[in-house]
Design a protein around this ligand. Sequence first.
Ligand code: ADP
Ligand code: MG
Length: 580
Amino acid sequence: MSIKILPPGLAAKIAAGEVVERPSSVVKELVENSIDAGASQITVEIKSGGVEHIKVIDDGHGIPTEEVAIAFQRHATSKIDSEEQLDAIATLGFRGEALPSIAAVSRSVITTRQPLEPGGFRLELLWGETVSSGAQGCPAGTAVEVSDLFGNLPARRKFLRSSSAETSRIQELVSRYALVFPGIRFQLLVDGRVSFTSPGNGLPREALLAVYGPQAATSMLEVHGEDSEIGYQVDGFAGAPSLTRANRTYMTFFVNRRWVQSRMLSYAVEEAYAGLLQVKRYPMAVVNISIPYEEVDVNSHPSKREVRFREESRVFSVVQRAVRAVLVADSPVPNLAPPLHSDYPVTVAPSFFPRSAFGSYRNAGYSHDGMPDFQGGFAGGPADAAAPRQQAPPLKVVGHLKLTYIVAEGPAGMFLVDQHAAHERVLFDRISQKPTEREPQSQPLLEPVSVELSPSQGDTLQSNRESLENYGFQFEPFGDGSYLLRAVPAIFGETDPAKSLLDVLDMTAFEGLVRQKEDVTAASIACHGAIRAGKSLTEPEMVALLEQLEATPNPHTCPHGRPTMVHFSSNHMEREFGRR
Ligand code: ADP
Ligand code: MG
C-alpha cells in the first residue's frame, strides 16, 4: 500500500479511540465539560452499561447557538487560546477533542441554551456527520445524549466488558467527582433507577457520606496541610487506621480537583500509615492537592488520568506529612506510654495503637497475622500458653467522661472504656450466638412499614437476606424497589424501623467489602443497636455494661476491630508522677 493521508472520517475514528475507550470515558468527558461549564447540578443517565444510551444534563453556562457546531470540530475549545495557557491549565478539559471523538463513534444529540438567551439549539450527529440542527426550546444548560456507542466500530464494541462492569466504572467515576465537588449535586440513573445522588450542599463530609456510607463518613479524619513556600495545599479525609481495606482502590486522589491515578501519591499516603496498618491492608483516603497550575503537567496522558509534577518529591512529602499529622493527632498513643511490663495482659487492636511507631514492644503481643496474641501475652513465655485467650479485667466504675468513655479502675491501673464500642461487642455476641442458645431476636412491628431502597441497597438486602432474617429482620418485596418491613431485631428497641434497616444495609454494604458475610450483618446490626457516644449513662448502667463486656469472649475490640478500652498502667502513672 502506498502512503496516503487517511480520509477525515477514518482519521476521526482512529483518534476517537484514544479518548473514548469505553462508555465510562464518554461519561468522564461529558461530566468534566459540565463541571467546566460551572454547573451546580449534573445528572447522568445510562442504559446497558452506557453502550445503549448515555445522557449528561447540566445547568451550566451553555453554548452560544452559533458555536455549537464548532464545538464538535477537532481541536475546538473555549478553554485555552495560547501556548502559554497550556502550561497552566485551570479547567478539566482543554484539548477540544472530546465532543468530536464521541460524535465520531456514536449517535449524539446536544441541546443547549445559555441562561440569558430566550431559546436554545439542538444538533444531532451520526458517526460524526450532522443529521439535523436548529433552534429548540430547552432548559438553561446543556444536555448531551450519546447512543449506540461504537455502533460503527464493532471491534471496539466486542472488547467491552459486561454491562455491569461498565456500570460500576461509571458509578465509581460519578461518585469520585461527587467527593471532590461537594458543591455540585450529582445524580446517576442506571437503567431508569436512581443509583447515586450527592447532596451538593458544599459540605465535603456529606459527599463522603453519600459515597461511602455513614460509618466511614463519621470515622474518617479531616486532612489539611500545606507547603506554603511553593503554594501546595492538601485537603481531604483519611481513614482511621482501623478502617482498612484489602486493596488500594479506596485511595482517591485529585490534583486541582482532577481525578488522577498516581502510584507516587498512594505511596505517600501508605507511608503516612507506616507502622499503623497490618500487612496487605490499605487505608481509605480522599485527597485533593491544590497546586499552582504551572507546577503540574496535565497533558501527558491520553485520558488525562495521569499527571506529572514538576517537584514530585515535594508533593510526596506534603501529602505524607499532612496525613501523618492527623493520624498521630488522633491516636491516643502519645499520652499513653505502653507498660514495659504489665501485670495485666490488656491491649488494643494493633492497627489502632501504633506502638511500633512510638513504643518498644513491637513483637510483644501480636501474632503473625497482626492480631493481638494473648497467649503470647505481655507477661510472655510458654507458661502462659494455656491461659484463657482473652478476659476482661474486673473493672470498677469511677466516672463518665465526655458522655462517651467510662472511667474505670482495674487491677493494674486505669481503664477508659468506649461505651459505644463496648456495647457493640456485647450486642454482637448476643445476636451471633447459635439460634438455640439465644433469646428470640425478632420484634414484630405493630404495623408493617414500607421502606424504599436504592438499587444498591436492594442488592445488599438480597445478597444478605438470610442473615438479615436470621438476626431478626422480616420483610417482603412490595414492588418497585420497596419492601414491607414486618419485624426488626429485638435489640433495636424503639428506634425508627425503616431507618434501622437503611442504616444496617448501608453499613453492611460498606463493611461487606472487607469482611465475612455473616459477621458483617451482625456487626452492622450491633453497631446500629449500640448506645451512641454522647449518651448519658447512670452508674448502674455503666456497671452493667462493664459486666456484660467482661462476659464476652473478645472484650477488647468491637466487631469492627476498634478497641473497646485503653489502659493507663499503674506503673506508667507512677513513673509519670516520679514515684519510681
Ligand atoms: P474541551 O473540553 O477540551 O474544551 P470538548 O470537545 O470537550 O473540548 O468541548 C468543546 C467545547 O464545547 C468546550 O471547550 C466548551 O466550550 C463547549 N462545551 C462542551 N460541553 C459543554 C457543556 N456541557 N456546557 C457548556 N459548554 C460546553
Ligand atoms: Mg471537554
